[in-house]
Design a protein around this ligand. Structure first.
Ligand code: AGP
Length: 373
């Protein structure tokens, strides 16, 4: 590989640490230094006419890229009130789905060569619904996906070598929020004030990601509790639900520990039965609009002798206690919190995998890009 591991033991760790820079580069596509009143004039300018006509969004992706799409759904609907559906490409392509007129189809893919994602896109294009606009959110400008779509929105993550996706994911999230702001402004679905607030929050994001890398040491300590575990739950609500799914995917991919991501509100509907003293439960708990509900969910688990590993903001005023391990994550606004909370779950999976001696960069049975069905 021409990308060098440098001082890092694995590509994955290097790529985790590259996130503040990769995210800053991606933000700069749409935002001039310090500018908080507007998006850059040249950001997606050529596509304004296409973007002004869309009324519905369909995201298609696989794996980690699908999780980025799930966050985008929450954002599209809550921030600019455009309905958004998200589906894994391998299901979407085989169920004869309805694509309504004036849909923006967003294909999210690090590689741009994922077979199911490409096929799903081609099937929609064959249906030719009126006002269809296709967009590739992709890390490889020369990929098939980019060639076959109307709009190319790049992630500027740089080459990602580790099979477990890290910086591609966080830069996908950044590019998605930028796209949503662009559509919001173009269709006048967002007040100037709201735009200003989000832009100034975006400016702080690389610094917050940088600060979250400082959690490496406490997370490494935390990871020791996972070494001999068989199974693990990741919980989140709202924007953190997709991050819980992503955390579980990361852990199973590289450490081979079975892990399950759940919307914390679903606990009572089944997974609570799994909880006992041998079950580590990772909780993504920023102090957001869902925090009080999430806290009640944590109490349910704690009362059943589950061992909690909580990522929370200091503002939550949570304190560590018996069977409740706590790491404080830097403060970040609710909208961008899923980007920052991705880092601790990546670091946790990484350290658990290293401790278990698995092949972190090249996990068994997996390929970096899945070009066959
Ligand atoms: C992520 O850690 C996985 N290796 C995998 O789920 C990946 O995200 C998926 O195969 C999609 O790949 P793509 O983004 O290149 O389309």
């Amino acid at each position: 590989h021409n990308a060098d591991k440098g001082e890092f033991k694995h590509y994955m760790l290097k790529e985790i640490y590259e996130q503040p820079d990769a995210v800053a580069r991606t933000i700069e596509m749409a935002l001039d230094n310090g500018e908080t009143t507007k998006l850059r004039d040249d950001f997606l300018q050529r596509h304004e006419t296409l973007l002004s006509g869309i009324r519905h969004v369909q995201v298609i992706a696989c794996g980690t890229s699908y999780h980025a799409g799930m966050v985008a759904k929450y954002w599209f609907e809550s921030l600019i009130r455009i309905p958004c559906s998200v589906e894994v490409a391998s299901e979407f392509r085989y169920r004869n789905p309805v694509v309504v007129d004036n849909t923006l189809v967003i294909c999210i893919s690090q590689s741009g060569e994922t077979a199911d994602t490409l096929s799903a896109l081609r099937d929609i294009q064959k249906q030719t619904p009126a006002g269809l606009v296709s967009l590739a959110l992709c890390n490889v400008p020369t990929s098939s996906l980019v060639r076959e779509t109307d709009i190319f929105l790049p992630t500027l993550a740089g080459p990602e070598i580790g099979v477990a996706s890290t910086k591609a994911f966080t830069t996908q999230l950044v590019a998605l929020i930028l796209l949503i702001l662009k559509v919001g402004v173009t269709q006048k679905r967002m007040t100037d004030e709201h735009l200003n607030t989000l832009l100034s929050e975006l400016h702080q994001l690389p610094g917050q990601l940088y600060a979250s890398l400082n959690l490496d040491a406490p997370i490494k300590t935390m990871s020791e509790s996972f070494e001999d575990k068989k199974s693990c739950l990741f919980l989140g609500r709202g924007l953190q639900f997709p991050i819980a799914l992503e955390g579980a995917l990361k852990l199973k991919e590289i450490s081979y520990i079975h892990a399950e991501g759940y919307a914390a509100g679903e606990l009572k509907h089944g997974p609570l039965a799994l909880v006992d003293k041998d079950m580590p439960i990772v909780v993504l708990a920023p102090k957001d609009s869902m925090f009080d509900k999430l806290k009640a969910n944590m109490q349910e688990v704690h009362a059943r002798h589950g061992e909690l590993f909580v990522f929370a903001s200091e503002a939550s005023q949570m304190v560590a206690e018996d069977r409740l391990h706590l790491v404080y994550v830097p403060d970040v606004c609710e909208t961008l919190a899923p980007i920052v909370y991705s880092v601790p779950v990546q670091l946790l999976s990484y350290h658990v995998a290293v401790m278990r001696g698995t092949d972190v960069d090249q996990p068994r049975n997996l390929a970096k890009s899945v070009t066959v069905e």
